[in-house]
Design a protein around this ligand. Structure first.
Ligand SMILES: CC(C)(COP(=O)(O)OP(=O)(O)OC[C@H]1O[C@@H](n2cnc3c(N)ncnc32)[C@H](O)[C@@H]1OP(=O)(O)O)[C@@H](O)C(=O)NCCC(=O)NCCS
Length: 331
């Protein structure tokens, strides 16, 4: 009989850079104020990468914590999936830099760009590669240095984003293990790509002095449109995951949504009458850290003694693209 494999989360870790940018710091850069930011977003502060550090440096700390948590060494890894929209440089992949910094074997190492849904895309691909028997241990990283792409004169975006890294080790387990990834659902609506983008700095619009003068290298966003689509897509994809596993929402121990805005998160939870105290939050501390958001929120929930082994987790995210996704797993 052919053996059938499933994926368990063997270890997790995260890393927030030391430097903090508070709402009061932002008051000195743009016309805004702490109370407005807290009321509209729930964000109090965000962490910012240090001068000279890049995305793979943040990822290294998170990956080392995840390996320690899994009681594994870098030699145990078969593959690195590095989810980011802010790689160290366009080429080669940040995953390759991380591979050598960690001291891995010459394993597969590749970057994935699915914006804020990146970590769910990475986990899903890892899950599929483990189920087929292709690999045993896959490091999925979500790491971003978004501050490098933010215009700190644009008050609609600069208040929202921060830098961070999160990492999970996905490992092969048997079909009888209850603590596995149970289902995942991924989408993208390319027709809505203009709602959230970094327009310049790649093949379509290479960096020129004129492009830089116009600030087209920075992240641009249509906030209200993004807000509506975020609630719509996360609620829809959560329903898919619940229905695919025949799970009533009441059985979910913790919901871990992408941490973009507290009001978006609450609007999604409200659609299911899901208790707010069962939603894991880190947005107040980190702001939106894109692909790092879900693993950082998870780690905060774990450190606060909320998330425990054996519990049922519902993850959901949306992001530029517009990508969206959901996953149910028993941790
Ligand atoms: C950006 C966002 C916080 C704005 O909140 P909002 O409640 O929609 O606010 P509005 O855009 O309606 O703006 C309300 C007013 O506040 C002003 N405003 C915008 N940013 C401000 C700021 N940082 N400080 C103070 N005032 C601000 C606007 O100019 C507007 O003024 P007006 O009424 O005089 O025109 C909100 O739309 C949002 O979070 N969108 C989703 C963003 C997101 O998640 N992006 C990442 C996706 S992965």
């Amino acid at each position: 009989m052919t053996e059938r494999y499933r994926t368990r989360i063997a270890g997790t870790g995260s890393y927030l850079p030391e430097k903090i940018l508070s709402n009061h710091d932002l008051e000195k850069l743009v016309e805004t104020n702490h109370d407005w930011i807290v009321e509209r977003t729930g964000i109090h502060r965000r962490h910012i990468v240090a001068e000279g550090q890049a995305t793979s440096d943040l990822a290294l700390h998170a990956a080392q914590s995840a390996l320690a948590d899994a009681k594994m060494t870098p030699q145990d890894l078969d593959c690195i999936l590095f989810c980011t929209v802010t790689p160290d440089q366009p080429m080669p992949a940040s995953a390759c830099f991380l591979q050598t910094k960690l001291g891995c074997r010459n394993i597969m190492a590749v970057d994935l760009n699915a914006a804020c849904t990146g970590f769910l895309y990475g986990l899903t691909i890892a899950d599929q590669m483990i189920r087929t028997g292709f690999y045993k241990n896959i490091l999925v990283v979500g790491a971003e240095c978004i501050s490098r792409y933010i215009n700190y004169k644009d008050r609609e975006t600069c208040i929202l984003f921060g830098d961070a890294a999160g990492a999970w080790i996905c490992s092969r387990t048997s079909e009888s293990d209850p603590n596995v990834i149970m289902t995942s659902h991924l989408h993208a609506e390319g027709s809505l790509a203009d709602l959230l983008q970094m327009e310049a700095g790649a093949a379509r619009k290479p960096l020129t002095q004129e492009v830089l003068d116009r600030g087209e290298q920075f992240m641009k966003m249509k906030g209200r449109e993004i807000f509506k689509n975020a609630v719509r897509t996360m609620a829809t994809t959560c329903k898919e995951a619940l229905s695919a596993t025949n799970t009533p929402m009441g059985q979910i121990d913790w919901m871990i949504p992408h941490q973009a805005n507290l009001r978006i998160i609450e609007a999604v939870a409200d659609q299911f009458d899901f208790p707010k105290d069962k939603v894991i939050l880190s947005v107040h501390e980190t702001g939106n850290t894109s692909a790092a958001s879900i693993p950082c929120a998870f780690e905060m929930g774990k450190s606060e003694n909320k998330i425990k082994r054996g519990q049922l987790l519902l993850l959901t995210a949306f992001g530029a693209g517009l990508t969206s996704g959901s996953m149910i797993l028993r941790y």
